[in-house]
Design a protein around this ligand. Structure first.
Ligand code: CU
Length: 346
């Protein structure tokens, strides 16, 4: 019996297929628009990231070639050898083809070896010893902020790492609690911070600017808000910054001085250090010069008077779960004076 001939469905019409493919293409290509992408890894600004990108590009092209080849063969076979209407003959049944089998075992093996060689080459560059003149920075991860030391420069800060352009910087990475991961997408690949051991990584920044960093290993409630920034600047700007950061906090006047008095009489002293004052707490960041930072609270709030007020009014609302827990809420006058003080800690 002849199979009854069905009319082709509407989805077979060429305009519909083209429209669907077009919509898919738009969706896929929309991902390529580099509008505002501070966390992209695709525009390297350091030698480390250049090496990673130089590996990523050939591997991607290789994958594209293989994809097109394999899918092309598949589609060709599907269309070329499809069952014709009315033809219910069975195709030739074959078993085994030694030449073909050797070929499709060898070809992928060769591809894997190429990938391995390229990868080893990149790893050798990234894992090489840092040059002896590298700037030394020690970073300690905390739930959910970053403690930053410059052991040779006598500087301690948090959440904002300044480094001079074109000079290698060598990081020692540690954790105070759980595993975190240090990642500045435009400058370097990820490196874990492990409790009880020290990891290292180094790179040379090649462009001045403010670079977004992020913890890249889930580490608890506020992980998504465990951010930081790297400021790459000229050598002169960096030296000035270091000079400033080494100083104890300035003498305060006016409302800021009243805020300073409140600071030592409220719980703040138990958690924060402000060098040059009685505050020597170590649970939270050293905020001797917090007023000079571009962001506060683990890189999530721009450092403006409004945001400092917001942070002091409700740290748990801004960053749920973080370890700044105020035993008593502050009055709005307290918050005003403390905001003046925090802003004046330049
Ligand atoms: Cu984390």
């Amino acid at each position: 019996m002849q199979p009854t001939k069905r009319a082709p469905g509407w989805w077979h019409s060429r305009p519909v297929i083209l429209a669907v493919l077009g919509a898919l293409a738009v969706a896929v290509l929309a991902g390529c628009g580099a509008v505002d992408t501070p966390q992209t890894t695709l525009f390297p600004r350091s030698d480390n990231n250049q090496v990673i990108n130089d590996l990523y590009a050939p591997l991607t092209w290789l994958a594209i070639v293989i994809f097109v080849l394999v899918q092309g063969l598949l589609l060709y076979s599907v269309f070329r050898f499809r069952a014709r209407r009315g033809d219910d003959s069975i195709p030739p049944q074959i078993h085994g083809n030694t030449r073909l089998e050797i070929a499709w075992t060898l070809a992928p093996s060769i591809v894997v070896v190429i990938m391995l060689l390229l990868t080893y080459q990149a790893m050798a560059k990234i894992e090489a010893d840092p040059p002896p003149d590298a700037l030394h920075v020690r970073v300690v991860g905390h739930q959910w902020w970053w403690e930053v030391h410059y052991p040779d420069l006598d500087v301690v800060t948090a959440n904002e790492i300044h480094i001079p352009i074109d000079r290698p910087v060598y990081f020692e990475l540690e954790s105070d609690d759980v595993i975190h991961s240090f990642w500045v997408p435009r400058l370097m690949g990820k490196r874990d911070l492990m409790p009880g051991s020290t990891n290292t990584i180094w790179f040379t920044p090649q462009e001045e600017g403010l670079f977004a960093g992020h913890c890249a290993e889930y580490c608890g409630t506020a992980h998504a808000q465990m951010r930081f920034h790297v400021v790459v600047e000229s050598e002169i700007a960096f030296d000035n910054w270091v000079e400033k950061q080494r100083q104890p906090a300035e003498e305060m006047t006016g409302d800021a001085a009243l805020g300073a008095e409140l600071f030592v009489s409220r719980a703040c002293v138990t958690c924060h250090t402000i060098r040059g004052t009685d505050a020597i707490g170590t649970i939270g960041p050293d905020i001797t010069h917090v007023g000079s930072r571009v962001y506060i609270a683990g890189g999530i709030l721009e450092n403006s008077p409004e945001n400092v007020t917001l942070w002091l009014s409700d740290p748990q609302g801004v960053k749920p779960g973080n370890e700044m827990i105020l035993p008593l809420p502050l009055s709005s006058e307290d918050i005003r004076l403390l905001t003046e003080y925090v802003r004046a800690l330049k």
